[in-house]
Write a protein that binds this ligand. Structure first.
Ligand code: ATP
Ligand code: MG
Length: 327
């Protein structure tokens, strides 16, 4: 086991000219948002048109960039070729609810069922996965609109992301089943009707387009030449445990893992026996956990970022971080 970086972040990206979708995962607070920002900044500096997007209902891009990027793609001041966008999840949820309401109403009418749609709408939208699935759809919409060279996503915390990915499979199963029963219902109805003309079927059309979009997204998200998920960790037990589990799940789902980034490592050269005990202890602790990192993620560590004297905010600081991420 070599205790050094074999393929750096820079080499990894350079080796994949078709790479388009980049994600960051990891435990809360480890630096996913700043890594997404630094990566997007660096890619934009290479002349690619880059979209830095957040689908997380708790946004932090505006804070990171010191600029309001909520609700629409916004050019980032001071970084040519970079756009940032905090997607309004609330708005999407309202829109999807309305869409579902329309579809259900149409279906009830179609099936001659005289019930109020409200009950069905409630049960379809009042589940905890609804918000996540709205976020997932937002992300896919952005990807499929195909307006940028590269997309860097600031993803939601770990467990959600896994559910989102699992969901695309479930979606497709569910929609296929729905389609089958819709087709049966339709041919029965056509058999029984005297006119042979085909009826418009918005629910069916919706399901087909939905399944197709999910299928496309699944294809993009599982293609290792197009997509990479990077995992951010600290040299500490919990963040390492979290991404170890995460990487396992991603392998199971066939989602390409780009590698591991270690963040907030204290620069040893700044520490000596006169440094406060607190600092010396932390340095020692980090050194111990770095052994774990090299062992567990052998060959997949892409970058090690120092703990800065300040929080990472604004494009200057992001540039500095980008230089250390893509060294
Ligand atoms: N290398 C670093 N040096 C100093 N501060 C850092 C470093 N990396 C991140 N930070 C700071 O740590 C905090 C957490 O970073 P960030 O918001 O990117 O984490 P996150 O993983 O996105 O968190 P969440 O799970 O809440 O979305 C921020 O205040 C950020 O500025
Ligand atoms: Mg974040």
């Amino acid at each position: 086991m070599a205790k050094n970086i074999e393929t750096s972040m820079k080499a990894f990206v350079a080796d994949r000219q078709r790479l388009r979708y980049i994600f960051f995962g990891g435990k809360g607070g480890v630096g996913k948002t700043v890594m997404a920002g630094a990566t997007a900044t660096w890619l934009a500096r290479q002349g690619r048109r880059v979209m830095l997007a957040s689908t997380n209902p708790v946004h932090s891009l505006s804070g990171l960039l010191d600029q309001n990027v909520f609700g629409k793609p916004t050019a980032v001041e001071g970084v040519p070729n970079l756009w940032a966008y905090e997607i309004d999840t609330k708005d999407t949820i309202e829109r999807s609810k309305q869409e579902i309401r329309d579809k259900i109403q149409w279906f009830l009418k179609f099936a001659d069922i005289s019930t109020k749609a409200d009950e069905f709408v409630e049960s379809a939208t009042m589940n905890p996965a609804f918000e996540e699935s709205a976020m997932f759809e937002n992300m896919i919409d952005l990807m499929l609109r195909d307006e940028y060279d590269m997309y860097v996503f600031d993803t939601a915390p770990t467990a959600n992301a896994r559910r989102l990915l699992g969901m695309s499979k479930v979606y497709s199963l569910w929609v296929n089943k729905m389609l089958k029963s819709r087709e049966e219902a339709r041919s029965l109805r056509e058999l029984l009707s005297f006119t042979k003309k085909k009826e418009a079927d918005p629910l069916m059309d919706y399901l087909v387009s939905f399944r197709d979009r999910m299928g496309k997204a699944q294809k993009l998200l599982t293609d290792p030449s197009l997509t990479a998920f990077f995992f951010v960790t600290l040299a500490e037990a919990l963040p390492i445990a979290v991404i170890t589990r995460f990487i396992g799940w991603f392998h199971d789902f066939g989602i390409p893992v780009g590698g591991v980034i270690v963040n907030m490592l204290i620069d040893k050269s700044q520490v000596n026996e006169k440094s406060p005990e607190f600092v010396r202890n932390r340095v020692e602790m980090q050194a111990r956990y770095m052994d774990d990192v090299w062992e567990k993620f052998n060959g997949n560590v892409r970058s090690i970022i120092p703990l800065y004297e300040n929080e990472v905010r604004g494009v200057d600081m992001l540039s500095r971080m980008a230089n250390s991420l893509f060294v």
